[in-house]
Design a protein around this ligand. Sequence first.
Ligand code: FE2
Length: 418
Amino acid sequence: MKKYTNAVIYRHGDANEILVDNGVIKAIGTNLGPADEVIDLGGKLVIAPYVDPHLHLDYVYTLSELGQAGAGSGTLFEAIEMWPKFKETLTVDSVKKLATKAIRDEVSQGVQYIRTHVDITDKNFTALRALLELREELKNIVEIQVVAFPQEGMYTFKGGRDLVEEALKMGADVVGGIPHYEPAREFGEKSIYDTLELALKYDKLIDVHCDETDDPNSRFVELLNAVVLMEGYGEKTTASHTCSFGSADNSYAFRMMDLFKKSKMNFIACPTENAYLQGRQDTYPKRRGLTRVKEFMEAGINIAFAQDSINDPWYPMGNGNMMYILDNGIHLAQIMSPEEIEKDLDLITYNGARCMHIQDKYGLDASKDANFIVLDGDSSFDVIRNRAPVLASVRKGEYLFKRKPVEYEVALDLGIKY
Ligand code: FE2
């Protein structure tokens, strides 16, 4: 039996101890009694591990690999057009090598759950094979869900939709889609019907790249929500991006939010990625590229934040630090009131777990796996304001890593005291 003591435990009031037996949380409380090993957490904040519910692990670091060939003007559609040239050069080993580097980035900064969209518009399924192997090889360190994502569309060429089905048969966990990239609205709509049909046929989750455009007339989220509402499949469905919803008229948006509440569909926003990609054709005022995060939170619609890209043709930056994603997101979405700050950490933890549909096993509760991270601060406000680093990540009661807070060889001395 292990006891973590002297901790501030997220959403557990005055409790300051976590008792762990065989990798599972036995109790959370105060004065939990003796244990074989007692670990003092120094008054730091303990929260459930970070969740990155939207990351393209087959694209990571390819921008650097592409060199000048990867440098574009920075629009989403240009990056999609550029990608196939590089895709031809991928091997299973090259994908695994770069993906492993990004997984290390994320896990070393507190992530333990990743949903990755993998481009399956490739008859050899090179990236999919690589990620399915990594999902298995790294399962004791990080839980990876693989989305069968048709980056080049289901209907921009013959057989696209069948590649999605084949990827699901090969073991992908989630059906993906990209209706706003299909060559006509009718094909975008058809792809949404296909997505649900395939999810039901193979008992998979759904995560659609939905309306990742500034065009307020791109309203595939409306159809996606309607079909999953009818089927009772909303909690297993996620609409990623929905940037255009940030440009929608209020009368439409609020009508739709009522319907989103009914379906319980999940949403993911990628604050850094879409702040960079969207609004490129705007002069001024320039749109922020984000969906209605604040209003979703107020309405009780599940919304999570995600990294999306790390150094790929869509976005040159990114380092897998979810606290940076949160920091950008709370600025862009203007969610910093005291009440909002209390919920903001959920955007990179519990809300992402709901998108991944792992909420029943995720979180800091007795009888769940002892998975948690320790942040260098003592409250939600403190860690968010300071963009606090992760000091330790614990998985099934064992350290994935542990490090010390920053230490100075020469400490700053202002020469005055107050
Ligand atoms: Fe994406």
